[in-house]
Design a binder for this molecule. Structure first.
Ligand code: 5GP
Length: 188
């Protein structure tokens, strides 16, 4: 799939930075875009739907997919596995879409290594206070999970300079417009 690099857009950012909101706005405003649906071993949160937000798998099923080379990349984040499915991405590209991958930093680095032409964007929270407040407001994670996510966030932010672009989510409308402009300008 190396010639398909130009159809891949990798979006990362700490949990709570607002990347899912930005990406869902991008998908709503531009029908050229399609979201890669990853597989994960974590449990569904809130109103998440299997096959729409993620394919929710048992650890056993996830490991068997690794064995079968079903992933373009996969990574462990906290205590769960997450992976980009080859079949899912290939299908979307065949449908003529620019595929957006919302993945953590190790997976993003792997995608850049495999597909150097892929565009990478890091969504940055305006401050660490804002990030912590957003995570606490969600009220879907335990205190332990929040602390783990804040700790991972620090490491992730330290790797933001590896990305082609950093978009600061200080104002949602502005950040969405900036991300959209970057993708349109660079993905020909
Ligand atoms: P969450 O549990 O908040 O949905 O996701 C945790 C982290 O895993 C987020 O940074 C998310 O972007 C990342 N993630 C989701 N899917 C994938 C994937 O397929 N591969 C990798 N490497 N990370 C993923």
């Amino acid at each position: 799939m190396s010639d398909l690099s130009s159809k891949l857009v990798v979006v990362s950012g700490p949990s709570g930075a607002g990347k899912d909101t930005i990406v869902s706005r991008l998908l709503g405003m531009d029908s050229d875009f399609s979201l890669s649906v990853s597989a994960t071993t974590r449990a569904p949160r809130g109103d998440e739907v299997d096959g729409k937000n993620y394919y929710f798998l048992s650890t056993e099923d996830f490991l068997s997919k690794i064995e079968n080379d079903a992933f373009i990349e996969y990574a462990k984040y906290g205590s769960n596995y997450y992976g980009t499915l080859k079949s899912d991405v290939e299908q979307r590209i065949r449908n003529g879409k620019t595929v957006i991958l919302v993945i953590e930093v190790n997976g993003a680095a792997n995608i850049k290594r495999l597909y150097p032409g892929a565009l990478s964007i890091f969504i940055m929270p305006p401050s660490s206070e804002v990030l912590e407040n957003r995570l606490r407001k969600r009220q879907t994670d335990s205190e332990d999970a929040i602390i783990k996510r804040l700790d991972i966030a620090k490491t992730e932010i330290s790797r933001s300079t590896d990305y082609d672009y950093i978009v600061i989510n200080d104002d949602l409308d502005r950040a969405v417009a900036e991300a959209h402009e970057i993708i349109k300008r660079t993905q020909k």
